[in-house]
Write a protein that binds this ligand. Structure first.
Ligand code: NAP
Ligand code: GDD
Length: 349
């Protein structure tokens, strides 16, 4: 029997790499969309990638294609080539602080890009009669200033160009679901982290600094608001929720969260505590990282996902911090060894 085909937009990111692993383990043929770059941007996928000459195009495996959410005609061609059963739209300029500096670009990728994809899926479904189920990566940032705990019933109050663009993408998805009978599930995911998290998000910035400080490669960590509260889970758990949403009988919107919030300060205490250090000896304030409008507290209520999808997080906050710190201790040790052998930088996965 031919394998199910999944198309992942944003496969080179943190979630894309975990989702690709998850789907490959279940026998999918995974098609990933990567952006053309002047240097390789597939570090998070290297352990999954095999040369296409060694692949059977009718069997499970990973196949990469060039594409971009700003290029609608390319997206259409991809749908016609891949004929996916499932599409995961994880592509985004996903950094909230950066979205204040690159607001138009963020809107073009996050909001308009989702619209381009929905239009392509609509036409594909109409022309072929085949349904491609679509997962849209929404965000708890859409709740922004709305009081915690936030659930599917909470009204959005976005506080950044990124969050506004995600709200637009969310409503485009709802509108296309209602207008054209598309199967589109909106995941409203709270923060999820891992050793593969981008290094400018606060959790990874901290775990990376702990590793480098222990190995003498860094002596200060510059941060801004330590009182912000986030509901941090493990990315590996969260990609399973995406998949479950597309296998559910009905396209719907789901909050995915652990249900407990912690401050950046608490993350620091645990992360530095793991190596027997006091974060106050290393952390300094840098106002450059402040956002023009901050989101103070995100804490999700994921009961709908638990009831309808049977989804529950497995990794606790303390386990997540430990996992990230341990991984970054290893990375810093390799970085030190490379430096001692005359190499300037280390490849970060
Ligand atoms: P990430 O690590 O920043 O990955 C983003 C992915 O999008 C990368 O593969 C990136 O490609 C790709 N991308 C960027 N611009 C694109 C474009 N114009 N066209 C196509 N692809 C593009 O983000 P993540 O943490 O994995 O998050 C995945 C999705 O979930 C994002 O949409 C994010 O906004 C959303 N989300 C994340 C969280 C979280 O806590 N992680 C929570 C809620 C929602 P390059 O590698 O080439 O840059
Ligand atoms: N990035 C960063 N860098 N954040 C800092 C720093 C710093 O030096 N110091 C304090 N913070 C605070 C931020 O002000 C924010 O309140 C909190 O740490 C978390 O920041 P990020 O890790 O950048 O994540 P985010 O919550 O803004 O956004 C992430 O989660 C969203 C879901 O809620 C991203 O992954 C988004 O793409 C995602 O949608």
């Amino acid at each position: 029997m031919a394998p199910s085909r999944a198309l992942i937009i944003g496969i080179t990111g943190q979630d894309g790499s975990y989702l690709a692993e998850f789907l490959l383990a279940r026998g999918y043929q995974v098609h990933g969309v990567i952006r053309r770059a002047s240097s390789f941007n597939t570090a998070r996928l290297d352990h999954l990638y095999r040369d296409h000459h060694d692949l059977d195009p009718t069997a499970p495996g990973l196949i990469l294609h060039h594409g971009d959410l700003t290029d609608g005609s390319g997206l259409r061609r991809l749908l016609n080539t891949v004929k996916p059963h499932e599409i995961y739209n994880l592509g985004a300029q996903s950094h909230v602080r950066v979205s204040f500096d690159q607001a138009e670009y963020t809107a073009d990728v996050v909001a308009q890009g989702t619209l381009r994809l929905l239009e392509a899926v609509r036409d594909y479904q109409q022309a072929t009669g085949d349904q491609a189920r679509l997962y849209q990566a929404g965000s708890s940032e859409m709740f922004g200033a709305a009081p915690a705990p936030q659930s599917e019933a909470t009204a959005f109050y976005p506080r950044s160009p990124y969050a506004v663009a995600k709200v637009a993408a969310h409503w485009y998805a709802v509108n296309y679901r209602e207008s054209y009978d598309l199967f589109v599930a909106n995941g409203i995911l709270f923060n999820h982290e891992s050793p593969r998290r981008g290094e400018t998000f606060v959790t990874r910035k901290i775990s990376r600094a702990v590793g480098r400080i222990v190995h003498g490669l860094q002596d200060k960590l510059y941060l801004c608001n330590l009182e912000a509260v986030r509901d941090w889970g493990f990315a590996g758990d969260y990609v399973e929720a995406m998949w479950r949403m597309l296998r559910h009988g009905r396209a719907d919107d789901f909050v995915i969260a652990t249900g407990s919030g912690h401050s950046v300060r608490q993350f620091l205490e645990l992360a530095f505590g793991r190596v027997g250090r006091d974060y106050r000896d290393f952390v300094a304030f840098d106002p450059r990282f402040l956002r023009p409008a901050e989101v103070n507290r995100l804490e999700g209520d994921a009961r709908r996902a638990a009831d309808a999808l049977g989804w529950r997080p497995k990794v606790s906050f303390a386990e997540l911090v430990a996992m990230m710190v341990d991984s970054d201790l290893d990375l810093a040790a390799r970085e030190l060894s490379l430096r001692d052998n005359g190499h300037a930088a280390v490849h970060v996965g």
